[in-house]
Design a binder for this molecule. Structure first.
Ligand SMILES: NC(=O)C1=CN([C@@H]2O[C@H](COP(=O)(O)OP(=O)(O)OC[C@H]3O[C@@H](n4cnc5c(N)ncnc54)[C@H](O)[C@@H]3O)[C@@H](O)[C@H]2O)C=CC1
Ligand SMILES: O=P(O)(O)OC[C@H]1O[C@](O)(CO)[C@@H](O)[C@@H]1O
Length: 406
């Protein structure tokens, strides 16, 4: 009998990355999902299509196109449980080989009671320890979920259950755009993703045994991997989303063709890259190669990634330890002034996409409190410190901007 991987969240990352890795590893994928349409479709079809877009290599990026064909996959067999099926989910958790989350940072609180229920059942049945892979763009997502699960465990079994559960943070670097309305209408289960295949995870957080999982790399220096992804990749991506949106671009690849935007993104990567080199001892040339590869990947038009996906949820992205403010603080810690970081934060403060709930809340707070107070209260950046001054200067400049001025 195939071992079971339980995937919380059958969205872009759940279907577009993790289920592929479990499927390649010969495991049975059981999704736990709150969207009943997706649950019903997965159970009716027991499979879904995943289209992998090749990563442009250096030659292709310089106009020397090589093989750009995409790879169509059918991920099967899969099945799904709705989050209302508490007992069924608990039974699956009791017999699973691994659990995995990709639900979004805010939803971790909602899946915690389900996980706690399953862990209690697993404990009662004297099953071996289990690991939960956390695939969220959230600093210390492992602590957040452990704390939330812990609150739902009966006190008398809390400690032994927590000792038998690994909350394992990972770094998801594959880019998985939101399918277009046309793609959704043609098939709501269709997912398009780049073919990037690595999943570094914190070796020291693993409890007991993990099954062999395709793409999973257990690393000792997880903090370095995580900070590089958050402060290079996510920071550059977010900056591109905010600056690109302000300048009226829909697609990230188009925004990156704009030379003034490209200069800002490169500048941001250079300042945070230098801070990362100093913080974690990365080789400078290797860091620069990482940044160049990243730029090629982000610039890939075949992905169809949009500025609003990269910019989504600005309140989360402006949190003190998150990609923009966290990267700026890291620079300051190493005596590098984050001028491009300040510009990106200022652009984020202007993000006002009407369909983004968090952007609307951001703008309401700025209107109500004033931008300097918001910066201090939400981002923990004082208006009087040099970083705060630079952000506020760019904020005013962007307010008065003409298209050419961005
Ligand atoms: N899309 C990407 O390229 C990347 C996303 N991430 C992270 O992965 C996580 C998921 O992102 P996406 O897959 O893009 O978002 P998504 O919105 O496509 O997928 C999230 C899925 O979780 C489901 N969900 C929400 N609440 C739930 C609950 N309480 N129980 C069960 N399912 C629930 C949603 O219905 C949705 O299907 C986020 O933390 C994101 O930051 C990380 C790296 C790459
Ligand atoms: O999922 P989030 O945190 O909203 O941000 C979108 C992010 O997903 C990714 O495409 C892939 O990790 C990031 O690079 C990007 O910053």
């Amino acid at each position: 009998m195939a071992s079971i991987a339980i995937q919380f969240g059958a969205g872009n990352v759940g279907r577009g990355f993790l289920a592929q890795l479990f499927w390649e590893s010969g495991m049975e994928v059981v999704f736990v999902e709150v969207n009943s349409t997706i649950v019903e479709l997965l159970n009716a079809r027991r499979s879904y299509p995943l289209c992998l877009i090749p990563i442009p290599d250096a030659a292709a990026a310089s106009g020397n196109e090589k093989d750009t064909a995409s790879t169509p996959l059918q991920i099967a067999p899969v099945r799904a449980l709705h989050t209302s099926q508490h007992e069924e989910i608990a039974s699956e958790i009791a017999r699973a080989s691994v659990l995995c989350t990709a639900v979004g940072a805010a939803a971790l609180q909602h899946i915690a009671p389900l996980i706690a229920l399953g862990l209690v059942k697993r404990y009662e049945l004297q099953r071996p320890p289990v690991n939960i892979l956390l695939c969220e763009n959230l600093y210390r997502a492992d602590n957040v979920l452990r704390e939330a699960v812990s609150q739902h465990l009966p006190q008398e079994v809390r400690d032994p259950i927590l000792q038998r559960t690994g909350f394992v943070p990972t770094v998801v670097s594959r880019m998985i755009p939101i399918p277009s309305p046309e793609e959704r209408a043609a098939d709501p289960l269709y997912i398009r993703a780049e073919s990037y295949h690595r999943l570094p995870a914190d070796k020291n957080a693993v409890v007991g045994e993990l099954p062999s999982i395709s793409g999973l790399e257990l690393v000792d220096n997880f903090q370095a991997h995580m900070e590089r992804k958050l402060y290079s990749h996510n920071a550059a991506h977010a900056a591109l989303g905010y600056i690109g949106w302000l300048k009226g671009y829909t697609y990230a690849a188009d925004a990156l063709k704009d030379t003034t935007i490209l200069a800002r993104i490169r500048g941001l990567m250079e300042e945070t890259g230098m801070a990362l080199v100093k913080q974690h001892g990365f080789d400078l040339l290797e860091q620069r190669a990482y940044e160049e590869e990243l730029l090629r990947r982000i610039a890939n038009p075949a992905l169809g990634d949009t500025c609003d996906r990269l910019a989504r949820d600005p309140l989360r992205k402006l949190a003190p330890e998150d990609r923009l403010v966290g990267a700026a603080r890291l620079c300051l810690r190493h005596q590098i002034f984050p001028d491009h970081g300040a510009y990106a934060i200022a652009a984020a403060l202007h993000y006002a996409h009407p369909n983004d709930v968090s952007a609307r809340a951001l703008q309401e707070r700025i209107d109500l409190e004033g931008v300097a107070t918001f910066l201090e209260a939400h981002c923990h950046i004082a208006a009087t410190e040099p970083l705060g001054e630079a952000i506020l200067r760019y904020y005013s400049l962007l307010k008065e901007r003409t298209t050419d001025g961005v």
